[in-house]
Design a binder for this molecule. Sequence first.
Ligand SMILES: Cc1cc2nc3c(=O)[nH]c(=O)nc-3n(C[C@H](O)[C@H](O)[C@H](O)COP(=O)(O)OP(=O)(O)OC[C@H]3O[C@@H](n4cnc5c(N)ncnc54)[C@H](O)[C@@H]3O)c2cc1C
Length: 455
Amino acid sequence: MSATAPDHTIVILGAGYAGVPMAHHLLKRTPTSIAHVRVILVAPNDALFWNAASPRGFLPVDSAKSSANPKGTPGFGDDRLFYDLAPGFAKYNNESGAKRFEQLLGRATSLDPDRPTVDVTLLAGDGDGAVKKTIQYDTILIATGSDMADGMPFKIVPHGGTAETKAALASYRAQVEKASHIVVAGGGMTGVEVAGELGSVFGSKVVGGPAPAAPKSQQKEIVLVINEPLPLGAYSAKDSVRRTAANRLTALGVRIVNNSKVTASAARGGKTLLTLVGRDGQASTLETDVYIPAVGSTVNTQFLPERLLDTSSEGRRRVRTRTTLQAEGYDNIFVIGDAANLMAPSIKNVTEQLEVLAPNMQAYLSNWAATRGEGNTTHNGRVTASASAAAPLKEYSVNDTIVFAVSTGPAGGTGQMGSWKLLSYLIWLFKARFMGTENAQEYANGNRTFRNTKW
Ligand SMILES: Cc1cc2nc3c(=O)[nH]c(=O)nc-3n(C[C@H](O)[C@H](O)[C@H](O)COP(=O)(O)OP(=O)(O)OC[C@H]3O[C@@H](n4cnc5c(N)ncnc54)[C@H](O)[C@@H]3O)c2cc1C
């Protein structure tokens, strides 16, 4: 280590598909001749939640099939969904002797970009019993993503961290096991995938549909309520893809109630009473054993000052982000993933942004080290002419090509790339079998992203 390189504290908010690889990259790839980087990761989860596989996490785990069957396994337990972060980060503290990495288990509650500090509320008190901390940073990365509506455990639950998310999934698994009737609401990717997982294992005959594969003894009635004539309306998907999704679900034994919305749910004697309102305005009720809402999401930017947010209806209160992946007005605030307003929320987009953000943060750190002491950066990182002119950062260009893959259980699914409909075989091969979990441990350890195997 160079004795003269300055210290630089980088706070990363969020430990998802974006925050975890960036923390590793900064610790691994920042030359110590440029800066002695100290990374503080603030997030409620101490394990990477492989949430893309969470639809399979609502099913009871069949221990007879829980090994990684090469054809795919129904029902994922915690071992397939959560990947401890501490082992992967331990090496940064051991090697240097200094504490270069620290995780604070909690959530950012407010950020003052002009001081610049971030307030954090911890899930549990620290050694001194304090539950609130204020951290002074040099640079911050906002990677706080989004939560699913109703606090559903398709993401880390808003009322807790890893343990609470595991508990929420365990509760659903137990309810699903006992149920004879299950309603999933939402015609997006999440609703379709959950219904497909349930149908693959428990599907029962739908009027007009073929006989499903599930043995009679384990059949349950699975209903998917969607607010459009066909699922996947929100992705500009072709009609043929949407029809395939509907047909696959029906063949698995999922009954689709279309053109309807669940507008209310109420507990009633151990069951849940749902109110449905059709597009024609007609209301009806549906009683079920388990209700799984998979509708809507909230962007996790509540802790940010209003001036940093895109408050337009399209912006959805995401951070106003420049193509360099820096917040408007502040060079030392970087943004990535679902929290940034540049593109639609998806792992594909996170993956593409990582390829720009990682070199940009390195270039930024070099600039910071080079201009430090010359009096041409403000201490709070506000954009100044000379600082931003120092070295151009890469520009992220939004790739609007429609690409998505939706699994309907471990055996396959449907999807689209540009104007091409993807064959179920391809969905099975690249997604449905393992839902990406085959690489999750390496991802959590910082050795790879989806695209880059030498991260
Ligand atoms: C069920 C489901 C399946 C999906 N499947 C796919 C798929 O197959 N392909 C695809 O491309 N996309 C998929 N997506 C979308 C994908 O999950 C998101 O685009 C992706 O998670 C975004 O990653 P992120 O790191 O930006 O945010 P997130 O994954 O949301 O992670 C955010 C992190 O920030 C933490 N956090 C939240 N608030 C705070 C705070 N105030 N302070 C500190 N930390 C905070 C969270 O706990 C979490 O650690 C799916 C989404 C869902 C819900």
